[in-house]
Design a protein around this ligand. Structure first.
Ligand SMILES: [Zn+2]
Length: 310
């Protein structure tokens, strides 16, 4: 989970942008402004309600961002993570929890899995320990090299739709915090369907623009603030359509959290309620609780589990 900072220059501000005129989900060309007060230049499809950035960055320039600084930088809150590697234990705990859930749908036999957007490979390393035969994919060359060097797993470098992986090969494909970044979400989900065996399971998670926290906080929703590089904002209905239209039956919808240290949690809390964070930070220092981890579910990240249709 990234840490919010203010007054940091936006890394991607210089990236060339092009105007997207057609809805990626339904092909409609009519849009209306969506929550213009948040300053993100969002529009909403008038037919299927998909929310997206009208002026989208060039994907190749965008991917050039995902070097080492994306996973370790001092200006996250705009781009990337404060220190992804230092958060390894929390990411592993979150991975175990998510895998335990998805394994309810994959059956006792654990076969081949692919994690799209595998970052440093902590998720696939946990999956391996749980009995899966694992592969990763990431657009970040730094991340791919890290996984290969440290774990030795097969890790593919590039956008999923450019990788040409074998058809009907995987039993499980996971895609966490990825679909909101890609220039063609429909193409990515179609590709996942091609790569899965019939009956294979797909799980993805993304910020939920239709969630109660999003609707209650409006332009101040943390989902708008945290990531300069998010180009699509899905809701449960638009994600369901994305899956249904591209070969999947939805099995389960839930909101998921992650394990965080108290220090990070207080930092996040300070974003919404600065008046609460000062006294809590004092308490945290006094009781020396900084590195204690616990599960936080802000109810605005949606995870959908789906099965490839026969
Ligand atoms: Zn649409």
């Amino acid at each position: 989970m990234a840490q919010h900072t203010t007054d940091s220059p936006r890394i991607s501000a210089a990236i060339a942008r092009k105007t997207v005129t057609q809805c990626n989900l339904c092909g409609n060309k009519q849009t209306r402004p969506f929550c213009p007060e948040n300053g993100r230049g969002l529009v909403q499809c008038t037919r299927c309600a998909l929310v997206f950035v009208a002026q989208q960055p060039d994907p190749h320039e965008l991917y050039a961002l995902y070097g080492e600084t994306y996973f370790h930088n001092d200006q996250s809150g705009e781009v990337g993570y404060t220190d992804y590697i230092a958060d390894e234990n929390n990411i592993r705990a979150t991975a175990n929890r998510r895998l335990a859930f998805v394994e309810r749908f994959t059956g006792a036999q654990k076969g081949k899995m692919l994690d799209v957007g595998c970052a440093m490979g902590f998720f696939i390393d946990v999956a391996k320990a749980r009995g899966w035969e694992v592969e990763g994919a990431d657009v970040s060359g730094f991340a791919v090299q890290y996984v290969r060097n440290r774990f030795g797993y097969t890790t593919h470098h590039g956008n999923l739709t450019d990788l040409h992986l074998p058809a009907a090969h995987y039993d499980l494909i996971t895609m966490y915090d990825v679909i909101e970044h890609v220039p063609d979400p429909s193409g990515n989900v179609r590709e996942v369907a091609r790569l899965l065996k019939t009956g294979g399971v797909f799980e993805l998670a993304t910020p939920d623009v239709g969630s109660l926290p999003s609707r209650l906080t409006g332009k101040r929703w943390i989902g708008y603030k945290l990531s300069e590089e998010h180009v699509y904002y899905f809701s449960v209905p638009t994600l369901t359509k994305l899956l249904n239209d591209n070969g999947f039956d939805v099995l389960h919808v839930r909101h998921v959290g992650k394990y965080v240290t108290l220090r990070l949690f207080l930092n996040r809390l300070g974003f919404y309620a600065p008046f609460l964070s000062r006294p809590l930070q004092w308490l945290e220092r006094t009781l020396k609780l900084s590195e204690r981890s616990f599960y936080v579910n802000p109810l605005d990240i949606v995870a959908i589990t789906a099965r490839k249709r026969t």
